[in-house]
Design a protein around this ligand. Structure first.
Ligand code: UFG
Length: 326
């Protein structure tokens, strides 16, 4: 396939570009480098551009296409920031994606894999969240992604755009060759913060946000999924769209929940060092438990996550963090 990867310089997009390359697919990356890294684009042609520039986007699709598939990772994605500054979430995630869709319609492209999130569901009504779970987001980030999921259904009906929305649970881990990995500024995610705290010169230490949740050890439980398992799901979703017509959605997780303290314990084992932390007040908008039921993706796309235990996921992230290049 020839694939346009919007946001391919970011954490998840760059891992997908490597996976595409390893499976002999061709990719072109468009990224504004607002949070992505130019050094992470190593297996693709690179064009610096912003999806908010709709006319430029159309020009890229016309001049560089036709593409068999568009993958769209460009988004603001922090829950807390979205509560404080919803305008940038609706602008980037909603207006930006409308630009992508309109550029696709204008240039005759009709297949999209869209990055969605577990945040579309809001507070869990079941132990494991499947695709039938109600979508009642509790923050503007989740709301912005839900809005686009609804737009995708309408664009399929009216303009024939075929799409797969992939709802990630907690993406983590790094390329097993440690060529690329997770690098955000500022870093808010649990696993990279644990690994940073493991470095002796990290003065700030690790903060555990809340130890009084209704869970066995009082800390939040999440479903941690390796970024390369997300990558394989994207490629399968893209292939699925070559022969299936609709606006589809799949939940992507391991189906296993780990508490914050369990992740810290697992990291201690992998690294062989103590990881000091302090318990702080809970973070606004954090649900106590979020675990995926990914049976639909497995049955329909033939997807199988390879990293099923948390320690092997942490080991790949640790290798990258020891040697972080950007
Ligand atoms: N946590 C800490 N200390 C930290 C960072 C996180 O205790 O330094 C805790 C959080 O409070 C939460 C858990 O670790 O309980 C996981 O937090 P992350 O920030 O790593 O991930 P989130 O679950 O908040 O976010 C993820 C995705 C979002 C998505 C969300 C769905 O990154 O894009 O799941 O709720 F919206």
């Amino acid at each position: 396939m020839k694939v346009l990867v919007l946001g391919g310089a970011g954490y998840i997009g760059s891992h997908i570009c490597k996976a595409l390359f390893l499976q002999s697919h061709q990719s072109v990356v468009v990224d504004n480098l607002s949070t992505g890294h130019r050094q992470a684009v190593r297996w693709s042609q690179f064009i610096e551009a912003d999806i908010l520039a709709g006319e430029q986007l159309k020009q890229i699709l016309r001049e560089e296409g036709p593409f068999d598939l568009i993958m769209h990772f460009c988004a603001k994605s922090l829950v807390g920031e979205s509560v404080e500054n919803p305008a940038i979430y609706y602008r980037n995630n909603v207006v930006g994606t409308l630009n992508v869709l309109d550029a696709m319609v204008a240039t005759g492209h009709d297949k999209l894999v869209f990055s969605s999130t577990a945040a579309v569901f809001g507070l869990p009504e079941a132990d494991k969240i499947n695709e039938q779970h109600s979508r009642l987001p509790i923050n503007p980030y989740g709301q912005s992604k839900k809005m686009i999921e609804d737009v995708l259904a309408d664009y399929h009906h009216a303009y024939g755009i075929k799409s797969v929305a992939l709802r990630y649970f907690n993406a983590c881990g790094a390329d097993p060759d440690a060529e690329i990995g997770e690098s955000h500024e500022p870093e808010t995610h649990l696993l990279p913060n644990i690994l940073k705290a493991a470095f002796a010169d990290n003065a700030s230490g690790l903060k555990v946000f809340g130890a009084d949740y209704p869970t066995a050890d009082g800390t939040c439980i999440r479903d941690y999924i390796h970024v390369n398992d997300l990558a394989s799901a994207h490629i399968l979703a893209g292939e699925y769209l070559q022969t299936n017509d609709g606006a589809f959605a799949f939940n992507l997780g391991n189906g296993n929940g780990f508490s914050v303290l369990q992740v810290i314990e697992a990291a201690k084992k992998v690294i062989g060092r103590d990881i000091p932390f302090t318990v702080e007040a809970p973070r606004a908008g954090d649900p106590p438990v979020l675990v995926a039921d990914a049976a639909h993706a497995k049955a329909t796309l033939g997807w199988q996550p390879l990293y099923t235990d948390i320690e092997s996921i942490i080991a790949t992230a640790w290798r990258w963090h020891q040697n972080e290049m950007f």
